[in-house]
Design a protein around this ligand. Structure first.
Ligand SMILES: [Zn+2]
Length: 254
């Protein structure tokens, strides 16, 4: 009798544990130099990742634990490692985004933390969401209809809309892809293109989905930015994106 009660308790605790989905964790490894130390402090102080990750943990149950690790070093790294179920983002990657925005004049040389919050933080956020999408597709064995990179980009927009109540926060990410595409001048590295759509296509996709998520709020956005996509098709594309990810996540939503 006691054994059965204990068993019931253990099972209940296990079920509560899995349905609350607290399986995405966050680690900031110590910085190895002053520059990375600054980045680590800012990212931690913002607390935004914790809030965002807390939101994802509340909303989506991962079948296995996934760790997000911010790592020291200048190497430009942001990837999901299937073997260790780890999303690795280097402090160097965060600086790389700052460099792209600075050398293209989006950020002035004397940018401050307000500029950082406006342009850089959303791109770091959404890079993590993109890698988290790879992790989720892997550990929950999801089968999106698109290629995995496009499906991951769609999940970014889906979560941004859900978390912030608008896709506006994804605009800096679209700008980031545009800057990368313009810098590459139509010849992006073949190892990048082997895995991802060209950056300008990713830019156009993001702008199209952002517009499609709220055509009234973003009326004029396609023309203003110069994206040659049919507005009605963008509305339909966002609707399809929203439907597909809602269905894929339905068994894992709390
Ligand atoms: Zn990817």
């Amino acid at each position: 009798m006691i054994t059965r009660t204990l068993l019931t308790l253990v099972l209940t605790l296990t079920l509560v544990g899995s349905s609350s989905g607290q399986q995405l964790s966050l680690v900031f490894e110590p910085a190895s130099n002053e520059r990375d130390g600054w980045m680590r402090d800012v990212l931690q102080r913002e607390g935004e990742f914790r809030t965002l990750i807390g939101h994802v943990n509340e909303e989506i149950a991962f079948n296995e634990s996934v760790q997000i690790v911010f790592r020291p070093g200048d190497k430009n790294q942001a990837f999901y490692d299937e073997d260790s179920r780890t999303i690795v983002v280097s402090y160097g990657f965060c600086w790389y985004i700052v460099d792209v925005f600075t050398r293209n004049g989006v950020l002035k040389e004397d940018w401050d933390e307000e500029d950082f919050d406006k342009f850089i933080l959303p791109v770091i956020d959404e890079t993590i969401l993109h890698e988290m999408a790879h992790a989720l597709i892997h550990v929950n064995q999801l089968r999106p209809t698109d290629d995995e990179e496009t499906a991951a980009d769609k999940l970014v927009v889906f979560i941004v809309d859900d978390f912030y109540g608008s896709t506006e926060n994804a605009l800096p990410t679209s700008l980031h892809y545009r800057l990368l595409a313009e810098e590459a001048g139509g010849s992006e590295r073949s190892d990048y293109l082997a895995k991802h759509p060209p950056s300008m296509e990713r830019h156009d996709n993001f702008v199209c989905w952002i517009y499609g998520s709220d055509p009234e709020k973003f009326s004029g956005l396609l023309e203003d930015i110069g994206v040659d996509r049919d507005p009605d098709e963008c509305v339909e594309a966002y609707g399809n994106l929203h439907d597909e990810w809602s269905q894929l996540l339905a068994p894992y939503r709390s």
